[in-house]
Structure formats: structure tokens, C-alpha cells
Design a protein around this ligand. Structure first.
Ligand SMILES: Nc1ncnc2c1ncn2[C@@H]1O[C@H](COP(=O)(O)OP(=O)(O)OP(=O)(O)O)[C@@H](O)[C@H]1O
Ligand SMILES: [Mg+2]
Length: 407
């Protein structure tokens, strides 16, 4: 087949998708069912700026895929439109801290958004203190209410300093000010915050609850209408995708990814209907994908702990209990901790975390569904915790080795 013909075949290939973009996880729909209350609450907090008052800082948290990013972006975009119409001095900057993971990078990103016509070198290479003065100068001169939306805030390494800076700036600003909307899906993160940072950041707080199967069903139906050809998705496929996502996490992203992958599978099979069988087949690939994405986002030492568990699992040390039973692939918590300390040294990460933090990490990894733990029953000396990896050990090891090599 000539390449022209190959292009023609691709071009005319039938597809169940009408607009595939609308079922991609990064797409934000204009209406967010079941988030009316949350949208209203965020609106009330930021509306202070309309009255010339500084909005209180807001911390939004909730499990992955519960609509935090979508809701925050939606409210801020609408606020900008409204402020534009009324010629009010209200600005917001949305920053994903996964890539802007330091105070310096956050400030740099802010200035670039605020002064888009300035050349890169206007800000590059200066100290954080200079960038900070520049930002505060802008707010002071223009008497603007600047709202920083810091998504995935838990990724900021020097968060205490960042929050402290924004708090301090408001003492220096007679009019206008800087407010922070922080977003995180790490439920343990808030408790680990420095008390001063916490009280400043959490002047207002909001929890986004997971969605149930019925709610996910409605959300998916809406997306299916936009993204797929009429009648291309059987109702059984929508029901199964919402049931799976509800059972696992109440995560709308998982539900959406399931349907996206199921649609791709239908296209590959050259059929014009997405059925529950496609969803069933999409399940394990979506689950693995989500977990692997998540793995790369863990804090460094949590990655090291997970890496250690994967490496030890691959060595398959079977354990022997006093009653004589052997458990394959199950590890002692204590042995993992000791090996983690060695691993940290091997990859040149200084200061392994304390045993207390290690236990916290184990709890988190279990919460993310990457491991399961059990307490020792009778027959084993003392009380100990067993750890079993729930994901592909080789994959985890490969992905993390690559990450450590690049760090
Ligand atoms: N109520 C809703 N209605 C329609 N779509 C939704 C709703 N909530 C979430 N979604 C969709 O689900 C996906 C995930 O939502 P979003 O990115 O807002 O979640 P999140 O809470 O920020 O997750 P994370 O903590 O992982 O960042 C997006 O594609 C979003 O459009
Ligand atoms: Mg998000």
C-alpha cells in the first residue's frame, strides 16, 4: 500500500468517537454535576475580592479524580470573565506544582503569566527574593487582588517558605493582596504541615468527597454524548465503567479513562459499538496505567520504600512461620525498613526517613492500593507487619530505576 493510501485508510477509518478530545482526562466540561455545593463554596470565598477584600486562603483536598482541579479552574475562569466585564482588578494564576515544585519556580511562573510580553531573561537567573519583590511590586502598584491557584501543592518542596512569603506580602500591601487556593489529593499531607503554614493555608478548607456509582453514571453519560457518536456506547458499558470506578475509588478520571480505552478497543476491533466486554478488557490496563502514573509522583523516599519492596519481592524471600506455613512474596516490615536504608545510600539519597515516617509511607502506599499489609497472627514471634506488593514488581523496579538515574 502506498503511503497516500495508508493515510487515506487512516483518514476514513470508522471510529466510535465523535470528538475524542472530550473524553480525554484533561478536558474540563462546562457543567460539573454533583459539585454545585463545592462550586458555590469556592465562589463565596473568592467573591470577597469583588468587595475589595482579600479572599481568605483556601485549601481544597479530596481523593484523586473527585473534580478538585476542574471545579477550581471553572470558578476562577468565570471570576476572570466577570471581573473583566466590571473592570475589577482581580487576577488569578493557575500553577501545577508537579512541574513548578519550588517557591522559585512558582514565582517565576507567576511573573511570566503576569508579564507575558517580557522576555524570558527579564526574570531568569534572579534570586527568589528579587522575583518576590517584583510580584509584590506588581500587586502594590496595580492594587490587584491576585489569587494563586496552586494545584498539587504537596509537591512544593519548600512550601513553608512559599506560604510564609505570601502571608508576609499581605502585611506590606495596603490595597489588593495575594491569596492562595491550594489543592491536594494527599489526605495525610495536611496533618504533616508545619502548624504556622497550616493555619495560614487552611483559613478556609473544603473536602471533595468521592463519587458513588450513580453519580459516575450521570457524569459518564454526559461525556459520552459529547465524545461518542449517537448509540455508539451501550448502556451496559457505562454502567460497568461507573460500577468499577465507584467500587475502586469513586474517581471520575478512572471512569472516563475506562470508557476512552474501551472505545479505542472497539475501534481496533473495527466494531461500531462499545460494550461492557470492552470495558472489562480495558480495566487492567487502565488500573496499571493509573498506578504507574501515581508511582512517578510519589515523594522521593516513598519511591525508595516502594522500590525496596519491589526489589525484595523479586528476590522472593519466602517467609517461614512457627506453624510451618510458608508465604510467598510476603515481606517483613522490619526487613523492608533495613533494606530501604541501604537502598537510600546506594542511590545517594541522604537522610533516610525515621521508622515513624517509614510506617506513615507504608500506610500511604497501602491507601494507594500499591501494597497490602497484614499484622502477624499467632505463631510468629512478637507483633510484626507483613507487606505484599499488589502491582507488577518488575515494572515498578524498572520505572523507579529510570527515575533515580535521572534524579
Ligand atoms: N462532576 C463532574 N462532572 C463531569 N466531569 C467530572 C466531574 N468531576 C470530575 N470530572 C472529570 O474527571 C476527571 C478528573 O477530574 P479532576 O481533574 O478535576 O480531578 P481532581 O480532583 O483534580 O483529581 P487529582 O487529585 O488526581 O488531580 C476530569 O476529566 C474531569 O473533567
Ligand atoms: Mg487535579
Amino acid at each position: 500500500m502506498s503511503l497516500q493510501n495508508a493515510f487515506e485508510a487512516e483518514f476514513t477509518k470508522p471510529s466510535v468517537f465523535l470528538d475524542r478530545n472530550k473524553i480525554m482526562p484533561h478536558y474540563t466540561p462546562n457543567v460539573l454535576p454533583f459539585r454545585e455545593k463545592e462550586l458555590g463554596d469556592i465562589t463565596r470565598v473568592v467573591a470577597a475580592a469583588l468587595r475589595g477584600q482579600r479572599p481568605e486562603n483556601l485549601f481544597i483536598y479530596g481523593k484523586p479524580g473527585t473534580g478538585k482541579t476542574s471545579a477550581a479552574r471553572h470558578v476562577m475562569d468565570e471570576l476572570s470573565v466577570f471581573a473583566g466585564k466590571k473592570e475589577l482588578k482581580i487576577r488569578h494564576v493557575y500553577i501545577n506544582c508537579r512541574t513548578h515544585n519550588k517557591k522559585y519556580k512558582v514565582l517565576l511562573k507567576c511573573l511570566r503569566e503576569i508579564f507575558p510580553s517580557e522576555p524570558d531573561k527579564a526574570f531568569q537567573g534572579y534570586s527568589a527574593a528579587y522575583l518576590y519583590e517584583k510580584l509584590v511590586g506588581f500587586v502594590r502598584d496595580t492594587e490587584t487582588h491576585l489569587i494563586l491557584v496552586l494545584d498539587e501543592l504537596d509537591k512544593v518542596r519548600d512550601l513553608d517558605e512559599l506560604i510564609y512569603s505570601t502571608t508576609r506580602s499581605n502585611d506590606e500591601l495596603p490595597k489588593g493582596g495575594i491569596s492562595v487556593i491550594g489543592i491536594s489529593n494527599n489526605l495525610l499531607f495536611k496533618d504533616a504541615l508545619d502548624p504556622r503554614t497550616k493555619s495560614s493555608l487552611c483559613q478556609q478548607e473544603m473536602i471533595f468527597p468521592p463519587y458513588n456509582a450513580e453519580q459516575l453514571h450521570t457524569i459518564l453519560e454526559q461525556r459520552v454524548q459529547e465524545a461518542f457518536h449517537p448509540n455508539a456506547v451501550e448502556s451496559g458499558a457505562i454502567s460497568l465503567a461507573s460500577a468499577i470506578a465507584a467500587q475502586e475509588s469513586g474517581d471520575a478520571r478512572t471512569a472516563i479513562k475506562l470508557l476512552l480505552r474501551a472505545g479505542e478497543m472497539a475501534d481496533e476491533a473495527r466494531v461500531n459499538k462499545v460494550t461492557d466486554v470492552h470495558v472489562k478488557n480495558a480495566r487492567s490496563s487502565v488500573e496499571q496505567e493509573i498506578i504507574m502514573e501515581h508511582v512517578t509522583l510519589l515523594p522521593e523516599h516513598e519511591k525508595l520504600v516502594l522500590y525496596t519492596i519491589a526489589a525484595l519481592t523479586l528476590q522472593r524471600k519466602p517467609i517461614q512461620t512457627l506453624s510451618g506455613t510458608k508465604a510467598e512474596g510476603v515481606l517483613y516490615s522490619g526487613e523492608v525498613y533495613e533494606e530501604y536504608e541501604r537502598t537510600a545510600k546506594k542511590f545517594k539519597f541522604n537522610d533516610p526517613v525515621s521508622a515513624r515516617w517509614y510506617r506513615e509511607y507504608i500506610n500511604q502506599l497501602e491507601m494507594y492500593g500499591m501494597i497490602v499489609t497484614t499484622q502477624s497472627g499467632p505463631g510468629v514471634k512478637g507483633q510484626t507487619r507483613f507487606i505484599k506488593l499488589k502491582v507488577d514488581a518488575q515494572k515498578i523496579k524498572d520505572v523507579l530505576e529510570k527515575e533515580f538515574a535521572g534524579a
